[in-house]
Design a protein around this ligand. Structure first.
Ligand SMILES: *Cc1c(COP(=O)(O)O)cnc(C)c1O
Length: 374
């Protein structure tokens, strides 16, 4: 009962290296779907190397499709986008390595500032004026100035005029994935209070922004002047209200296959034992490449149009799949995830199998997985 896959369907001579292919057309389509949900400007957030999809690739696709801004988490990421020829405004927040004020001024990178210490440092470091977005804590306790410290932050910003120029006010929504506008109401109110205080303090027009993907797709009251969309560009809607296009495909080769008898222990610890004679294929990606080690039953990969279950423990560099009656030769290509649906798993399915969120799947893919662009 063995079916040998016909050799002409696979490349036997040269293995297809594990590859993550980014699909720019899907990024563009997702940008258009966000555009349909808002009249605000759209910032394409490409932190964490564009959520693992390649920051420059995602940024170009988004800007070509109409994104007005780019968002990153440090100045070096922003400079890489400038070096790639992207000219739209860029905002950098978090800045875990500190802010290179000269680079920010030279490359026109706006900086989010969420505390008095950060603002003091920037004023001290800035020779040429740096554009600043004041960041208010809108209910997350994860960065941003509390409203109580806002007056002092504004006083300091006034004294720093000429070195820092306040051009924006931002917050972040802690509960937008609930897709319930009531969950955002307190944050919206607080951001309005923060904005009004900035205007009363005599700063010029400011760009006000609060929403990420979920808020952009589900709650217009959060949109203000600009929405910051990251996950949505690569096909992930944390609110699970909008169908978006998967923007990548992860493929890897079968490196070894065998026919094994019933009762065969598979992988470390013999965590799985075959219950019948079957074929096993070893696929050359493991937890070092970003395959989650803890997987719920039902996890699998697609080979030649059929989903095959992963059996036994995930190893550092490989997984084993049970292909039943079919013997796949070395060189057959497995799809770990992709946008096709059906037998091809989605990133969302992987997140469920891992007990996680899609973001951790796409940002966790290792460096030795080659990158390509469709
Ligand atoms: C990551 C991030 C975003 C984008 O969030 P998504 O849910 O991925 O769209 C927006 N704003 C801030 C401050 C972020 O850190």
């Amino acid at each position: 009962m063995t079916t040998l896959l016909t050799p002409e369907r696979v490349t036997l001579s040269r293995l297809h290296a594990p590859t993550l292919q980014t699909i720019p057309d899907a990024v563009a389509e997702n940008l258009r779907r966000v555009r349909a949900a808002t009249t605000a400007r759209i910032m394409a957030v490409v932190k964490a190397d564009g959520y693992g999809h390649g920051a420059v690739t995602v940024a170009r696709a988004a800007v070509d499709a109409g994104a007005d801004w780019l968002g990153v988490t440090d100045v070096a990421e922003a400079v890489a986008l400038r070096d790639a020829g992207l000219t739209v405004p860029i905002l950098s927040w978090l800045n875990p390595s500190g802010v290179d004020a000269a680079a920010a001024a030279e490359h026109r990178v706006d900086i989010a500032v969420g505390s008095i210490e950060e603002l003091r440092q920037l004023i001290a470091d800035a020779a040429d004026p740096v554009r600043v977005h004041l960041q208010l804590d809108t209910g997350m306790a994860r960065g941003g100035s509390p409203l109580e410290e806002w007056p002092e932050l504004l006083r300091l910003a006034r004294t720093g005029r000429g070195r820092v120029e306040v051009v924006g006010v931002m917050g972040h929504l802690p509960r937008a994935d609930e897709a319930d506008p009531a969950a955002n109401a307190a944050a919206v109110l607080r951001l309005r209070q923060g904005r009004d205080a900035v205007l009363r303090a005599g700063f010029g027009p400011v760009l006000v922004h609060l929403a990420a993907t979920s808020g952009a797709l589900t709650d217009p009251a959060t949109h203000f002047d600009l929405v910051r969309v990251g996950a949505g560009l690569v096909g992930v809607d944390p609110s699970e209200t909008t169908v978006l296009a998967g923007a990548s495909r992860w493929t890897a080769p079968v490196v070894h296959s065998a026919l094994v008898p019933a009762g065969t222990a598979v992988g470390y610890g013999g965590a799985h034992t075959t219950d019948r004679e079957t074929h096993l294929s070893v696929v050359g990606v493991g937890y070092a490449d970003g395959i989650p080690r803890e997987l719920a039953a039902g996890a699998g990969v697609e080979i030649a149009g059929t989903r095959h279950p992963i059996v036994g423990r995930v190893s550092m560099d490989q997984i084993v799949v049970d292909t039943g009656a079919v013997l796949f030769p070395r060189g057959a290509v497995a799809t770990v995830f992709g946008p096709e649906g059906g037998a091809v798993p989605s990133v969302q399915e992987w997140a469920r199998w891992a007990g996680s969120i899609p973001h951790t799947i796409v940002t966790g893919i290792g460096a030795r997985v080659q990158r390509s662009v469709a």
